[in-house]
Structures are given as C-alpha cells and as structure tokens.
Design a protein around this ligand. Structure first.
Ligand code: ZN
Length: 224
C-alpha cells in the first residue's frame, strides 16, 4: 500500500518471539557497559520535553529517527496520526504530557506513503478502521479543491499526508488541554512534521503554533 519504488522491502525473516528476548538481553548488556547507572537513572522518573504523536507504522519510530534515547520523548501513536477531539486515549496522553510532565513541545509527525492515508482515499472497505479513516476523508473534503487538482496519485496522497498533519495541529490547538495551558501562560508549542520513508528526512511543515493568534475566535477559550 505504501509508495514502494523498489521491489525489495526490509527483511524481517530473522525476527522471532525468542529473538526479541535475546535482543533485550543485548540491549541491557550494552546499555550497562556504556553507563552502569543507566537503568537506575531511568527508573527514578521521566522528564521528557517533547510529546510525539505519530503513525503506528513500524518504519517511523520516534526515538530512532530523531536520534534520541529512552526518557527523552513521550510517545503516542495511532494509525495515520489522526487527532480526534473525542479520542480519550490521545486526550489522556496529551493531558498527562502537558499538565504533569509539562512538555514544551507537541509534535505531530506524519509520513509519506502512509497506508492509512492512502486507504482513506479509496472507496474500499477495510473493516473497523474505516471509521477511523473517516477523519482523514474529512480532511480531504476540506481541501478537495487543492487535492483534486493534483493529477499524480502519489503526489496527491503525499499532499493529503501533509494536510492531515496540518489539520491535526489545528485540532490539537483547539483541545481544552492546550487552550488551558496557553491561558495559564504555560510555554507550549504545537508542531507539524512529515517524515520521508525514502530519505529518512523530516520536513517541518512550518505550522508551529504557540498561542491563539492563528486560531479562529470560535475555538478560543478565554478562561472565563
Ligand atoms: Zn502511516
């Protein structure tokens, strides 16, 4: 379903249930070699400055692609990094990140070749997920003029990936959690990124938002 230009995909045939546990043993050994206090420090608590909301896709792991370590990014992932204001799972993560961990940045990261986004552009049924992908169809509807004008299927899907992130940033800013944080003078920025599976490079969509100035008045809470 992803935009595959080569016939080869990453070989996962060496991965088994047992190999994961063996991998864990190596991880512990290597981590302790580098720093004998590694796990003691992490066990003492976390203070990540960033909340990452990304796609569940196995090829977009937050820590690896940003060269960060355990303890440095708080992570929430769902299919196609959709921001739905009734999603209790996402809202709980966001609330904890903003109000307890006091993260300074929330980053919504989509990726080109996203299977969820591509599926949302078809009329096919995939099961329960159709209800989830409906949210991306709404993004398409909002931007249908721009998207329908793109002839190439891959380019149109890539643009929908970007627009899904941009709409996600907007939706996140409208949550009572972000609104209250800003109302209380808390330092909090919401960003939108798109990751390229083909190059490994992240594109900043330049929609970073730190306050209500870019938001329609109807979505602003004034604290009264
Ligand atoms: Zn995806």
């Amino acid at each position: 379903m992803c935009a595959q230009t080569t016939t080869q995909i990453h070989d996962t045939s060496h991965i088994s249930y047992e190999s994961l546990l063996e991998g864990n043993r190596i991880f512990v050994e290597e981590s302790l070699q580098e720093d004998p206090e590694y796990f003691n420090k992490l066990a003492n608590g976390q203070k990540p400055p960033v909340l990452w909301i990304g796609c569940a896709d196995s090829r977009v792991p937050a820590n690896q692609i940003t060269h960060t370590n355990p303890g440095e990014i708080f992570v929430h992932r769902n299919i196609a990094n959709v921001i739905v204001h009734t999603d209790m799972n996402m809202l709980s993560v966001l609330d904890y990140a903003v109000n307890v961990l006091k993260v300074k940045h929330v980053i919504i990261t989509g990726h080109y070749g996203c299977g969820g986004v591509i599926a949302s552009m078809t009329s096919k049924q995939f099961g329960i997920i159709d209800n989830w992908l409906r949210n991306i169809k709404d993004v398409y509807r909002i931007h249908s003029k721009e998207l329908d004008a793109i002839v190439d299927d891959t380019q149109r899907a890539d643009r929908l990936v970007e627009l899904n992130v941009i709409e996600g940033v907007s939706n996140l800013c409208k949550t009572s959690i972000v609104q209250n944080a800003w109302q209380n003078g808390q330092e909090l920025s919401v960003h939108g990124w798109v990751y390229s599976l083909a190059t490994g490079i992240i594109k900043d969509m330049k929609v970073s938002t730190q306050n209500n100035s870019q938001l329609d008045e109807v979505f602003r809470f004034d604290g009264k």
